[in-house]
Ligand binder design. Sequence first.
Ligand code: ASP
Length: 585
Amino acid sequence: MYRTHSNGELRLKHVGEEVTLAGWVQKTRDKGFMIWVDLRDRYGITQLIFDEERTPKEMVERAKTLGREFVIQIKGEVIERVSKNKNIPTGEVEILVKELTILNKSVIPPFTIEDETDGGDELRMKYRYLDIRRNPVKNNLIFRHKVAMETRKYLSDSGFIEVETPYLIKSTPEGARDFVVPSRMNEGQFYALPQSPQTFKQLLMVGGIDKYFQIVKCFRDEDLRADRQPEFTQIDCEMAFVEQEDILNTFEGLTRHLLKEINGVEVTKFPRMSYDEAIKKYGNDKPDIRFGMEFGELNEVAQHKDFGVFNNAELVVGIAVPGGNAYTRKEIDKLIEWVKRPQVGALGMVYARCNDDGTYKSSVDKFYTQDDLAKWAQVTGAKSGDLICVLSGNADKVRTQLSALRMELAERLGLRKSNEFAPLWVVDFPLLEWDEETERYHAMHHPFTSPKPEDMTLLDTDPGKVRANAYDLVLNGNEIGGGSIRIHDKATQALMLGHLGFTPEQAKEQFGFLMNAFEYGAPPHGGIAFGLDRLVAILGGQETIRDFIAFPKNNSGRDIMIDAPSKIDDQQLDELNLKLDLKKT
Ligand code: ASP
């Protein structure tokens, strides 16, 4: 037996017992006649003692050769420590070593295996197996496991069954580029890796599996904006014979269950907000509602004075920053610089201070009276002591800019508390979205999403106005899940694909299998998928998903530990009947 106990297990009650432990050398302290070794495994650290009086000399000598991360096994007696360490659970005991076996040596690790390590990101990724020995990463993986298990438990208890769907498939349009895999047996042909199991889960509904889920890898070849991974994990779900309401209730239940079991938080409210309202109030379809600072539209009260900038703007919109009147002029100037950064892109910012005595002082006092400014305060909900920040311009742009400012200020003001959870459903998304580049409508969610029946007639006349039976679950300013009620008849699916610019032949070639299935008694159905990586990070009170993935890729999509992607040899290319003809860039 390699070990009788783990290194996190022994307490005072074990004193006097003979034990066998195994693990890694965290550190050694050599006092000459006495050596202490901290022995570590996944469960904790136990202190070992080698002592010249009680341990054979040869063993003390060998203990002196132990280096960091050596793997050892020891046998010994649990004794009470003279000076106890209250900071660790095993801190009251130590092991008087009687036998020492070095199971494996280690070269000196490139960074310290400590909670606060000296290793930079790249180095830690290159030696991820060492990084995983560190508590923060290890604990995140354990945390992720718990979330996955609780998810499986909840869904399984609710009658869902987990079904695996294939990875080598045909393209599923979820709005990203596919990763493709050449087929050796089918010369010149390629599989696509699934961007999600979307079509398969719908086919499972046709197959009568009326409650499906899967914790599943999805693959999207996107430019990696901050905190995205080319392969990521979804909790993918689909249900038959349901309406939108049934799905929202079921997955509200899952989210409640997770918040309770994982975070010990009871969330009662899951407000619902239409997409239009979210955009109007927060400039964003995934608003963080842990704090207020709702947008106040000021067109009516700020236009038609002599201030041309506002008069010429499609939208004048502001927020009240709580306590913002305390900002110095310099701090406000910095804020103005911040909104003018290219990443935000505002042309400028107008502000009004709400003084304690009820008066106002604005950057545009020339054009506005105290009464005017009082109206701004009313519309934005500003109180004395606040600062009103106002942006103006093209409505879409200005909302996005003000949303960025709102989030930044909330962050600075400490209003985005990681232990507070405020979920909400955003519903009634537009079905289609106009793409400037291709000058075409694209499916905002995906082409299988059902339009709201009452909006169907608008498809021909005003496609941008058609709303979908689509919803997102938002938690603390992040979209953690999204889904829709699906189209389940061939004619509507064909119509939809037509609107997305597919010719009937293209539609048949790409999605014929699905539309054929719809001819064999497809039940009404709908579903949702949660992004597990992000969900876990948010429940864990952190922002980056990478820290919750055992072996993540870097921002260029590389796994720098195994050095992938990499070239393949000529023989492999030959077998695939492929020849490389790389374009020089
Ligand atoms: N397949 C969709 C996605 O990955 C989710 C869904 O509609 O269920 O976003």
